[in-house]
Ligand binder design. Structure first.
Ligand SMILES: [Ca+2]
Length: 327
């Protein structure tokens, strides 16, 4: 009857070959087993080593399977239970599964701001590999506003004068630290503008702007979209409203369309009565019905990648020779 032996090597060294050579050496020196058995162990070692490499690659794939779930399944925090392996999926000559572990409190579903450790496990033949990495939540805000620097918190970047006028920041504001003042205007048609050629598209658009007019009596503010296409030029009125010496919001909804190929699109603001200074802040130009939203995405932290200690180098194949399980 074949002699059975087993032991545990407490090591997290990388590479099964070293462990196996060590195991064989220990076998030979400590127990004096014959050449025939040593040769058989070496043969089996080669097979196990190849299986181990395949298992490593598949375990990494198992982590990617989990990553796909985190990215595409909105309900993953309630769909999985912390610490529970998924049912193993057979692929080729091996099988793989993953699990998610909330290392903070063991409950995935109670807090969307908590990180999660993702484990990927694969087995090929007798070789098992487990890798893990921490995924951290990150808030990503998507804003449908087509305008850049819409609150004038980044100097006057993105804006330029339409016609003869001077644009400068002003301490009066609706939000943030500043607004934009249009001054030294040559006529009522001049004012601030922004090129939206790259971002505009056809459809119903909502436009709004907060405005303060320096004019002693009421003024009318217009927000216009100037289009230059291969079919000619056109102007669409996006919003119109009465403004005065207090901050007031002007808003409107308009259908934006054109024929031919669009060469240039410029959103601009002008007044109707005269060339008195006016201030603007919090300008929005966005598809009708859209609103800013914040979503959470999970991002892997590469520095937390590790090979788990429960990766079995070798386990008893049932034929009774050797068990090496590094821990
Ligand atoms: Ca502002």
């Amino acid at each position: 009857m074949m002699r059975r032996m087993s032991w545990t090597v407490r090591s997290r060294r990388r590479g099964s070959a070293y462990l196996l050579v060590l195991a064989v050496t220990v076998l030979v020196t400590a127990t004096g087993i014959g050449t025939l058995l040593v040769q058989r162990i070496r043969t089996r070692t080669a097979v196990w080593s190849a299986d181990g490499q395949r298992a490593s690659a598949m375990a990494a794939s198992a982590v990617e399977m989990a990553a796909y779930q985190l990215a595409n399944r909105a309900s993953w925090r309630t769909g999985f239970t912390s610490g529970s392996w998924t049912t193993a999926v057979s692929i080729g000559e091996g099988s793989l599964s993953f699990k998610l572990v909330d290392e903070v409190d063991g409950t995935l579903s109670d807090d969307s701001t908590e990180p999660v450790r993702v484990y990927g496990r694969a087995q090929v033949g007798s070789a098992v590999r487990v890798f893990s990495v921490v995924a951290r939540p990150r808030a990503v805000t998507s804003d449908p506003n087509l305008l850049l620097n819409s609150g004038f918190e980044d100097k006057v970047n993105g804006w330029e004068a339409y016609g003869k006028a001077t644009l400068e920041l002003d301490a009066s504001k609706v939000a943030g630290a500043s607004s934009l003042r249009a001054k030294s205007r040559e006529s009522a048609t001049t004012g601030p503008s922004q090129d939206v050629t790259a971002s505009v598209s056809k459809g119903t658009m909502t436009t709004s702007v907060w405005c303060y007019s320096d004019r002693s009596s009421a003024e009318t503010l217009q927000v216009l979209l100037e289009l230059e296409t291969t079919g000619g030029t056109s102007t669409i009125t996006l919003a119109t409203g009465t403004v005065n010496r207090s901050w007031r919001q002007v808003s409107g909804t308009a259908s934006v369309t054109w024929s031919g190929r669009l060469n240039r699109a410029v959103l601009r603001m002008r007044t109707v009565s005269d060339k008195a200074d006016f201030l603007i802040d919090e300008v929005r130009f966005q598809p009708f019905g859209s609103s800013a939203s914040t979503t959470t995405v999970m991002t892997f932290d590469p520095s937390t990648w590790r090979r788990e200690a429960d990766s079995a180098e070798l386990i008893d194949d049932g034929k009774g020779a050797i068990v090496v399980v590094p821990r």
